[in-house]
Design a protein around this ligand. Structure first.
Ligand SMILES: [Zn+2]
Ligand SMILES: [Zn+2]
Ligand SMILES: [Zn+2]
Ligand SMILES: [Zn+2]
Length: 232
């Protein structure tokens, strides 16, 4: 996964001169461009990431080439972000302005496909069933109120089954607790005696699905379709 750092400084080469990392950055840029020309985009991606991680100044044309690479790797959302950044910073005077505008056009269809697809997130990564709840959105666990016992002590009689009252002569009288009918215990009001409680799954926040690292092809697959056939 590529981390987009928009806060990163993209300076002109003249500003970056004198930096000890410049030679290294230039070398990485050349290697990345060579990789692109031989269609080795994974490699190019690796070199661009090295540039970003080096915290040296980013060469002005780098965001364009990176966007091109990300496009080829089908990371359209990330590609668009770098492309926009490139155009925003360099404007129409950019060395690769025409190519960048062309890439912008090429990105339109895949970005629209991602936006229209319900099987993937906004970056085009496929959702997968939540590994914790298996897509159920909820998880069942021991009732936390009764600690999985199904019964709780009656609060009115403090679990004794007996309540006391002072009569008009200030004498204490004993009665059977009407709430628990003298049992001192009640069926747990939260789980209703089922010993289990159901709560929204924490892993997927109740969505039933989680993000994955897999790029989406926006097609329903059979493995996905016959996963859940029973109603919840
Ligand atoms: Zn009671
Ligand atoms: Zn309970
Ligand atoms: Zn879940
Ligand atoms: Zn999709």
């Amino acid at each position: 996964m590529i981390f987009l750092m928009l806060g990163i400084g993209i300076h002109s080469t003249s500003l970056a001169q004198g930096s000890p990392n410049l030679g290294k950055t230039d070398r990485l840029m050349e290697m990345a461009k060579t990789s692109i020309s031989s269609s080795e985009y994974e490699k190019a991606n690796y070199y661009f990431r090295q540039i970003i991680e080096s915290s040296a100044s980013i060469p002005p044309e780098m965001p364009y080439y990176f966007a091109e690479t990300l496009f080829e790797l089908k990371q359209y959302d990330n590609s668009a972000k770098f492309l926009n950044k490139y155009l925003e910073i360099n404007g129409f005077k950019a060395e690769n302005y025409e190519a960048a505008k062309n890439l912008e056009k090429k990105l339109k269809a895949p970005l629209e496909a991602i936006a229209a697809c319900k099987l993937c997130d906004s970056k085009g990564y496929r959702y997968q069933p939540c590994p914790t709840c298996q897509g159920d959105k909820v998880i069942q666990q021991d009732c936390s109120y009764c600690k999985g016992k199904g019964i709780v002590g009656c609060s009115r009689c403090k679990a004794t089954g007996i309540v006391t009252k002072k009569n008009v002569f200030n004498i204490t009288e004993y009665y059977q607790c009407s709430r628990c009918k003298g049992e001192g215990r009640l069926t747990c009001p939260r789980c209703d005696g089922s010993l289990k409680e159901v709560s929204a799954c924490h892993t997927c926040s109740g969505f039933g699905e989680v993000h994955s690292e897999k790029l989406c092809d926006h097609q329903v697959h059979h493995e996905h379709a016959d996963e859940k056939t029973t109603a919840q």
